[in-house]
Design a protein around this ligand. Structure first.
Ligand code: SF4
Length: 425
C-alpha cells in the first residue's frame, strides 16, 4: 500500500460526550452537572475511635480523596462524628464527610443532631433501611432529616443487600411472561428499580432533585456496566460509580478499572470510588491513588506528574532505570501536597525514564524531561532530553542522582515562577 494521504475524517480518540446530570453540592464539592469526576473513598476504622478515624480521613484527604465516607452504625459512632469533624477542621482539612447508614440511620440521625449537622451527605441503602411496613417510614425519616439539615443523600443500592420484596415481585412477574428473562437480568432490573423508586419516594417527600445521587453497585464487571448503562438512560440524577467487593491487589484494581473505565468512556459517572480490600496492614490510601490514576490515565483529570518508564527487557540487565523510575514516582507523590501550592500546573509534567536507546531517546523527546539509561553493551552514557531537545549526557556512577537534580531544576524553572502560572492560566 503506497497511498500516504491522510484521510480528513478518521476515528476520534476520546470519550463520548459526558452525560448531563443534575449537579449535587456535597459539602462544597460539586458532583455531576458537568463538574470534573470526583474521587472519593471510605474509611475502615471504627468511627467511635476518633483518633484512628481522624488519622485515616486525614490520610485519605491528603492523598487526594475529595469526599470521605465513614461508617455510622451505632450511638457511639454517631456521637463521634462531630468530634471527628472538629478535629479535621483544626488540622485545616475541610473534606466533606459522608455518613454510611444501615438499619438504624433514621434513629441515629434523630438522636444525634450534631452528627446530622456535621455530615455533608447521608448514604442510604434502600435494601436495608427496614422491612415491610417500617421500610418506607424509616426511609422517609432519613429523607426528612436530609430536608431539615439541607443535606444531600446518596441512594446506594447494593446487590448484596437488594430489597428482597422488590426482587421477589419482579421474579414472579418475570415467570408469568411467555419468554421470561434470565434471573440475572431480572436482578439487574431490580437494582435499577430500587434506586429509581427510592429517588422518586425521596422527591415525593420533598427532597430536591439536586440533593439526590444514585449508585447501583454489583461485584461483576459486565453486570456493573449493564446496570449503569441502563440506569444512565433512565435518570438524570448524578451517578456514583463503584464496583462492590472488587477484591484485593491487582484483581480489585483491574476489575474496577475495567468496569469504570468503560463507563467513564461512555460519559457515565460523576464520582468514583475504587473499593479495594487492603492487604493486612496495607495502606488505605491506595484506593485513592488508583482512582486518581484511572481518571488521569484516561485523560479526564490531572492529579500528578506522569512518569513513563519502559518495562525493561533483555537489552538491559541494569535495574538502575527501574529504581530511578520508582524513586522519581515516589518523590513526586510525596512532594505533591507542597508542589501543588508552590508549582501551579506541575501535575501536567511528564518524565520519561527508559532502559536503553531503542525507545529511550524517542520516548524522552515526547516527555518534558527524559533520560535514556545505557543498555547492555551500550557506552555508559545517558542522554537527557528536555522539551524535545537533547540537553546533555550524564555519565559516571551518579547518573540517577544527577537526573533527579535535573528534574527538580526543571520543575523550579518551569513551574516555580508566578508569571508562568499566570500565562498558563
Ligand atoms: S527501552 Fe530498551 S530496555 Fe526498555 S523495553 Fe525498550 S528495548 Fe527494552
Amino acid at each position: 500500500m503506497d497511498d500516504l494521504t491522510i484521510p480528513l475524517e478518521g476515528p476520534q480518540a476520546g470519550p463520548l460526550e459526558r452525560r448531563r446530570t443534575i449537579g449535587v453540592d456535597v459539602g462544597g464539592v460539586i458532583v455531576g452537572g458537568g463538574a470534573p469526576v470526583v474521587v472519593q473513598s471510605m474509611t475502615n476504622t471504627d468511627t467511635a475511635d476518633v483518633d484512628a478515624t481522624v488519622a485515616q480521613v486525614a490520610a485519605l484527604s491528603r492523598a487526594g480523596s475529595e469526599i470521605v465516607r465513614i461508617t455510622v452504625d451505632r450511638d457511639e459512632s454517631a456521637a463521634a462524628v462531630p468530634k471527628v469533624r472538629e478535629r479535621l477542621e483544626r488540622l485545616g482539612l475541610d473534606v466533606p464527610l459522608v455518613g454510611d447508614f444501615h438499619y438504624i440511620g433514621h434513629k441515629l440521625l434523630a438522636d444525634h443532631p450534631a452528627c446530622a449537622e456535621a455530615l455533608a451527605k447521608y448514604r442510604i441503602n434502600p435494601g436495608n433501611v427496614g422491612f415491610k411496613s417500617k421500610k418506607d417510614a424509616q426511609f422517609g425519616a432519613i429523607i426528612e432529616m436530609a430536608i431539615k439539615y439541607q443535606k444531600p443523600v446518596r441512594i446506594g443500592v447494593n446487590w448484596g443487600s437488594l430489597d428482597q420484596e422488590l426482587l421477589t415481585r419482579l421474579m414472579d412477574a418475570n415467570n408469568d411472561l411467555p419468554n421470561p428473562r434470565s434471573a440475572r437480568a431480572v436482578t439487574r432490573e431490580a437494582i435499577i428499580q430500587s434506586a429509581l423508586m427510592s429517588a422518586e419516594l425521596a422527591e415525593s417527600i420533598g427532597l430536591a432533585r439536586n440533593r439526590i445521587l444514585l449508585s447501583a453497585k454489583v461485584s461483576n464487571v459486565q453486570d456493573l456496566i449493564a446496570v449503569y448503562r441502563d440506569l444512565a438512560g433512565r435518570t438524570d440524577h448524578a451517578l456514583h460509580l463503584g464496583l462492590t467487593e472488587a477484591g484485593m491487589g491487582s484483581k480489585g484494581i483491574v476489575a474496577s478499572s475495567a468496569a469504570m473505565g468503560i463507563l467513564l468512556q461512555e460519559g457515565i459517572g460523576d464520582t468514583i470510588r475504587v473499593s479495594l480490600t487492603p492487604e493486612p496492614g496495607g495502606d488505605r490510601t491506595r484506593e485513592v491513588q488508583v482512582a486518581q490514576e484511572l481518571l488521569q490515565t484516561m485523560g479526564f483529570r490531572q492529579f500528578l506528574p506522569v512518569v513513563a518508564a519502559c518495562p525493561g527487557c533483555g537489552r538491559t540487565t541494569s535495574t538502575v532505570f527501574q529504581e530511578l523510575a520508582e524513586k522519581i514516582q515516589g518523590d513526586i507523590r510525596r512532594n505533591m501536597p507542597v508542589w501543588r501550592e508552590k508549582y501551579p500546573g506541575v501535575e501536567a509534567l511528564n518524565v520519561a525514564v527508559m532502559g536503553c536507546i531503542v525507545n529511550g531517546p524517542g520516548e524522552s523527546k515526547h516527555a518534558d524531561i527524559g533520560i535514556s539509561l545505557p543498555g547492555t553493551g551500550e557506552s555508559p552514557a545517558a542522554p537527557i532530553f528536555i522539551d524535545g531537545q537533547k540537553a546533555g549526557t550524564l555519565r559516571g556512577p551518579n547518573i540517577a542522582a544527577d537526573f533527579e537534580v535535573m528534574v527538580a531544576d526543571y520543575i523550579e524553572k518551569r513551574f516555580g515562577s508566578k508569571d508562568h502560572a499566570r500565562t498558563e492560566a
